[in-house]
Design a protein around this ligand. Structure first.
Ligand SMILES: [Zn+2]
Length: 200
């Protein structure tokens, strides 16, 4: 089932995710729905908050890079091994913990599914991270990565803690995207009113 993506202004995006404790069929179904939503919406990743659930769960899917022959110009190790990207993705990341992040950073434009209309601020992030996390069955894993994958991992873990990329943006960028941000917020308010009516 394709899920509705929550946009900027929706309070759920600001909620701290609760740790996942039950690795049951309900969780598996949610993960499948997120994967389907990522494919349908042409996303690279989605955090649970973005589909309205404040829990420590995100799915990263760089499969589009392989489908479109994008250069894979980043390195990664999954449980200490080199795994082909096509086998690693989609990657379900539950209860992640950042074990290491490099002092060395870089500044790059980012996009986010909760910020349509081309809101793309520049965000400074660590070049390299290592995380520990659980899979959908509760198994423990580690991922070390750099480049765009490290950037994506940090963006997603931020989401799980209620942090959005605009929180890292410069005042200049915030000014540049101010009218678009206002427009998205207005749209979200209308959507939430509709949703509230639907529930009555
Ligand atoms: Zn995002």
């Amino acid at each position: 089932m394709v899920l509705e993506i929550r946009l900027y202004g929706d309070p759920v995006l600001r909620e701290q995710g609760k740790p996942v404790t039950e690795f049951d069929d309900k969780l598996a179904k949610l993960v499948e729905d997120i994967k389907e939503t990522i494919t349908t919406e042409d996303a690279a990743a989605l955090a649970a908050q973005q589909i309205g659930e404040a829990i420590m769960l995100t799915v990263i899917d760089f499969s589009y890079m392989l489908e479109r022959n994008y250069p894979i110009d980043f390195d990664y190790k999954y449980d200490g091994k080199e795994v082909p990207l096509g086998l690693l993705m989609p990657l379900t990341v539950i209860n992640p913990k950042i074990e290491y992040s490099s002092e060395e950073t870089d500044l790059m434009e980012e996009g986010c599914m909760s910020f349509p209309l081309g809101v793309r601020p520049s965000v400074r992030r660590s070049k390299e991270v290592e995380i520990s996390f659980q899979d959908v069955q509760g198994g423990q894993h580690r991922l070390w990565c750099n480049g765009i994958l490290a950037r994506c991992v940090q963006h997603e873990i931020d989401h799980l803690n209620g942090i959005l990329f605009i929180d890292h943006a410069s005042t200049q960028d915030l000014r540049r995207f101010e009218s678009k941000l206002k427009k998205i917020k207005r749209h979200t308010r209308d959507l939430m009113k509709q949703r509230a009516k639907g529930k009555k």
